[in-house]
Design a protein around this ligand. Structure first.
Ligand SMILES: [Zn+2]
Length: 392
């Protein structure tokens, strides 16, 4: 399975529609959770969670929904409450198996989400076979998507190929709305890689240096955002931020500060994620075999000089993403042995010489070959012997 997540481009009217539907889902979920917990007080009812929830659903559809004060529910698609019941069933079964805590009530604070699906089919419950193509919504190329039972929405980023899906989950993080849907992996068009093998040196200075001469840098905007954050923290250094143990209440202005800081933190994370995603997608499209160094991330974080750079540059993240993107782009990610002297070896004559971290240019003492340190390393990674390489 392959999942796509796209941000929705909503106007104010659509935003309140989404909020309304999410509220409906939350209402149903909490309603059913209340009723099932209450039903345990009656010892004479002997039924499992699933049966109880089915009975509650019947009460909901034939009784509660018909009350005049709940007339507003009629304007939302029925799949929303159906999936709320399925979610709750799953939550109970996870709890019974000991995989999760007892289901808690949904609250607005934790973000909004709901699921809709095409009704001519049956909703996919765990363990049931996949449904034929007719039960799916066809999604065309471009920046529009139709959510079954609601309407057509605009997307911020286009979809590159025609695909189809049955269920759509809409969610909100901060003030952004997203839609997530799953596709079958074989529906992704096949990729023809222009390069057969590429060596990628993941590093401190440039995020990634490739043996074909391209480099990927960390965008300057992270630095800007970080400066903004430290300025904000400095300016608010005297705010009473509150302390639960000492029973000091946080001031109103400190709450504003927290909200602002959270926004900048999210911004930094987003820039990083965006950058690593773009690099890994780009590389996966470009080359069939991608060779990276088998980094000892734990060891690098323990090294204080490198620690910040490692966490900033998210080298591990790049490796993880390259690895999980293998089936989608039919690539092969290979890890070159950690002790292979990729940065200490001449890419021309294979002469090995000591190199300190500060030396940015590789100057071969044997043949006089001069090259950028990272570029030299990436070529060495590409040409590393088979015995030093393992599959990720
Ligand atoms: Zn040399």
């Amino acid at each position: 399975m392959y999942a796509l997540k796209r941000e929705l481009k909503l106007n104010n009217k659509e935003r309140s529609l989404m909020r309304g539907i999410a509220g409906f889902k939350r209402f149903v979920y909490n309603y059913a959770l209340d009723l099932i917990t209450a039903s345990w007080d009656f010892d004479d009812i002997k039924a499992g969670d699933s049966k109880r929830l089915d009975a509650i659903k019947k009460v909901f559809t034939s009784h509660t929904m018909n009350k005049p004060e709940y007339a507003w529910m009629r304007k939302y698609p029925s799949t929303v409450y159906q999936s709320a019941f399925i979610d709750l069933k799953n939550a109970f079964s996870r709890w019974r198996k000991g995989l999760a805590q007892f289901p808690v009530k949904k609250s607005k604070k934790k973000g909004d989400s709901f699921t809709v699906y095409k009704t001519s089919g049956i909703y996919l419950e765990k363990g049931k076979p996949a449904l034929p193509f007719t039960n799916r919504v066809v999604i065309n190329r471009g920046k529009r998507i139709t959510l079954p039972g609601i309407k057509e929405f605009r997307l911020k980023e286009k979809i590159d190929f025609i695909c189809s899906s049955q269920t759509f989950t809409v969610s909100r993080t901060a003030d952004k709305w997203f839609v997530l849907f799953t596709l079958d992996a074989e529906k992704i068009p096949p990729i023809i890689h222009p390069i057969e093998k590429i060596g990628v040196d993941l590093g401190v200075k440039a995020l990634a240096t490739c043996s074909d001469g391209t480099t990927y840098a960390m965008p300057i905007t992270t630095k800007k955002a970080k400066t903004k954050l430290s300025k904000l923290q400095w300016r608010n250094r005297n705010k009473i931020l509150g302390n639960k143990k000492l029973k000091i209440r946080a001031s109103k202005n400190s709450r504003k500060f927290y909200a602002k800081a959270a926004k900048i933190h999210a911004q930094i994370t987003n820039i990083r994620r965006d950058t690593t995603q773009k690099i890994t997608t780009d590389l996966s499209r470009k080359a069939y075999i991608i060779r990276i160094e088998d980094l000892n991330i734990q060891g690098m974080i323990a090294n204080h000089k490198l620690a910040n750079a490692v966490s900033n540059n998210c080298l591990y993240e790049i490796r993880r993403q390259l690895t999980y993107k293998q089936p989608f782009y039919s690539t092969k990610v290979e890890l070159v042995d950690r002790w292979y002297p990729s940065s200490k070896m001449c890419s021309q004559c294979h002469h090995v010489q000591p190199m300190t971290l500060s030396q940015r240019i590789f100057c071969c003492e044997s043949c006089g070959h001069t090259r950028d340190r990272d570029e030299n390393a990436s070529v060495n990674l590409e040409n590393a012997p088979k015995s030093k390489v393992r599959l990720a």
